[in-house]
Design a binder for this molecule. Structure first.
Ligand code: 0RA
Length: 636
């Protein structure tokens, strides 16, 4: 059977024309709808499809969602919801399936009663996925039948056809698509990127089971959390030392639902994630402001009411060692900010403030032991803040931290435009010396570091100001640190971490990355941080000399030129290279290979730094045991 599409001109009304105009607009300016046309944009196509399934789950009709990455580069998102309606839409003269797949914002036009998350970030829905796919097939199980319709570049190429019968109770929607490589600069899906978003969705929508399978690599993950955001907080605090059981509240007011979960640990990092309609609001917004305001007030009220000796707590004091997830679901979210991830609805601030104020206030009154440990932690943070202020002043008076007086160890470049300037942060004075001689002093600056810098994972800001290596680095960068950090003041837009290819070098690199991640994260987000890639080997045969950067590359080269009379030198340290070699292999922009440090997944990155640099030994031991096999060069 074929469902008929109207052919007569009279039934082809203005709305249909808008539909067509809609999708071609998406193809013309894709970035307007999905943010970008790089790898991030491609993943967005998946999220639009998944959001529809999540809505079906929130409406109470779907329990399982699965994502399947196929060999041919396509991907399938399936759910066991009601299935997209297959009957004709009365006004549009198209099947429900075709309306949903071709009309912008059409995700849930049929049923206004329930609350929706889809069409969130850019407000568009699954039709955008369709518009930007070379091929898409939608399969609906409904009314005991299996319906299929195929599309290319957003346009239907078949009718909605019945392909077979199923049990009446077996319902659901399954969408398979192949992104259009003419639109996207990268069309590959990443299992890790998808997994981390799907896990986040499973945390934010408690009970829903979400699975992801990579057919190519033969891997899969399953996410289901009956604890919802409580499980999320416990996941974030894994490998940290929590001070108490997770505190949780969930309230609905005026059609808006707000929940939060929080738990302090004995560390110094703040780890607060905010969501609006399951979208990660990286830029915060009114829900986060309301939460922070209430948190500060509740703690100060408790101190005052219980006549605890201390001082007035600032908002920062109440967030040291705090891990929290706040999640709001509202009918009409307004997203603002550079990346449209800042919640703008003004009425939300007061609402969240009052929910947190009441629930957390009573919790502390009812749980004095927990209250005491949290308040003690906050007061300690306040004392440390005062100490840090003094240390900062002292460092400032000594001339460091200020723009203007640069550290003596820094060999600066002559160029003044930060966008053109590079800084090489080099392990050791001898390598630093070669680096200074080898560089192009016009735009390349060199800062040698003595030995190991402080492990900031286990220290507060006051200790950081007392650490000479770190203050030297901060001064050279020009950005200041902590609350006074300002990325606009960065004196170099490329920072190269350059350490030896041995265990100590790796340690120093990790210490530096920990510092950048914890105290200057915007530098990483802006793409300013790089790892220099000095060669591992020098291979000489006759007069020809080649530098090799990995063991793989070495084996290939040796297979090519023959092992026999090749002269092989393994560089253990940067110091073994003369300035000219260092320039040619590692610093010359025309010749070098560089590795940009990116931050794909803040949750995973936080866990990794906690694991590697934090104070719990057992999880680190396990991690090292698990990965020991992967280590190839270990010089000890
Ligand atoms: C419109 C109306 C209804 C469900 C859906 C759309 C729907 C869309 C998608 C996309 C992926 N999975 C989906 N599941 C459902 C309500 C149908 C009804 O009233 O029975």
């Amino acid at each position: 059977m074929h469902q008929s599409t109207p052919q007569s001109d009279s039934s082809y009304d203005a709305k249909d024309i808008q539909v067509l105009a809609g999708l071609s607009a998406v193809r013309k300016r894709p970035a307007m709808y999905i943010g970008s046309t790089d790898a991030k944009g491609v993943h967005h196509l998946v999220y639009e499809a998944v959001d529809n399934s999540i809505d079906e789950a929130l409406a109470g009709f779907c329990t399982n969602i699965s994502v399947m990455m196929h060999d041919d580069g396509s991907i399938t998102i399936s759910d066991n919801g009601r299935g997209i309606p297959v009957d004709m839409h009365p006004k549009l003269n198209k099947t429900g399936v075709e309306v949903v797949m071709t009309k912008l914002h059409a995700g849930g036009k049929f049923d206004k009663k329930v609350y929706k998350v889809s069409g969130g970030l850019h407000g568009v829905g699954i039709s955008v996925t369709n518009a930007l796919s070379k091929e898409l097939a939608v399969e609906v199980k409904r009314n005991g039948k299996v319906y299929v319709q195929k599309y290319q570049y957003g346009k239907p190429v078949t009718e909605l056809e019945i392909k077979g019968n199923v049990d009446l109770k077996d319902t659901g929607t399954s969408v398979t698509f192949l992104p259009d490589e003419q639109i996207f600069s990268a069309t590959e899906f990443s299992f890790d990127v998808l997994s981390s978003r799907l896990r986040e969705l499973a945390f934010l929508n408690k009970g829903i089971k979400i699975t992801i399978t990579d057919e190519r690599a033969g891997k899969s993950n399953e996410f289901q959390y009956d604890g919802g955001i409580i499980s999320f907080v416990e996941h974030l605090n894994k490998n940290k030392n929590p001070l108490h059981k997770t505190i949780y509240a969930n309230k609905a007011k005026n059609g808006i639902q707000f929940e939060y979960a929080l738990q302090y640990n004995d560390g110094y990092q703040e780890n607060v994630y905010s969501f609006a309609n399951t979208i990660n609001t990286y830029e915060g917004g009114t829900h986060l402001i309301g939460f922070k305001t209430a948190l500060t007030r509740v703690m100060n009220n408790y101190v005052e009411k219980n006549k605890i000796k201390g001082m007035k707590l600032t908002s920062e004091d109440t967030r040291e060692g705090l891990t929290a997830v706040i999640s709001i679901k509202i009918p009409e979210p307004q997203f603002e900010g550079q990346t449209k991830t800042k919640l703008g609805n003004s009425e939300i601030k007061g609402l969240v403030d009052s929910i947190v104020n009441d629930s957390l206030g009573s919790f502390l009154e009812e749980n004095p032991a927990v209250a005491k440990s949290i308040i003690f932690k906050c007061i300690n943070a306040a004392h440390a803040r005062e100490a840090a202020q003094k240390a900062r002043e002292l460092t400032r008076r000594k001339g460091a931290l200020n723009h203007g007086s640069l550290p003596g160890k820094l060999a600066d470049c002559s160029e003044k435009d930060p966008a053109k300037c590079e800084l090489f942060i080099v392990e050791g004075d001898s390598a630093g010396g070669s680096c200074k001689q080898g560089r192009n002093r016009e735009f390349q600056a060199v800062l040698p570091l003595k030995g190991k810098i402080l492990n900031v994972e286990k220290a507060r800001l006051n200790k950081i100001f007392e650490n000479e290596e770190i203050t030297t680095l901060v001064t050279a960068l020009g950005t200041n640190v902590g609350e006074e950090f300002d990325i606009a003041k960065t004196r170099y837009h490329k920072l190269f971490i350059m350490t030896d290819a041995d265990v100590d070098g790796s340690h120093i690199r990790t210490l530096l990355l920990t510092f950048f991640f914890r105290y200057m994260q915007p530098l990483i987000e802006a793409g300013y941080v790089y790892i220099a890639q000095p060669p591992l080997y020098k291979v000489a045969k006759g007069k020809a000399v080649k530098y090799v950067y990995s063991d793989d590359e070495l084996n290939k080269l040796l297979a090519e030129i023959g092992r026999d009379d090749a002269d092989l030198q393994r560089y253990k340290g940067l110091g073994e290279m003369n300035p000219q070699q260092l320039w040619e292999t590692t610093m010359d922009p025309g010749n070098r290979t560089i590795l940009q440090v990116t931050l794909q997944d803040a949750v995973e990155a936080d866990k990794m730094f906690t694991l590697l640099m934090g104070d719990q030994v057992e999880p680190r031991r396990k991690f090292i045991e698990m990965h020991a096999k992967e280590v190839i060069n270990l010089d000890v």
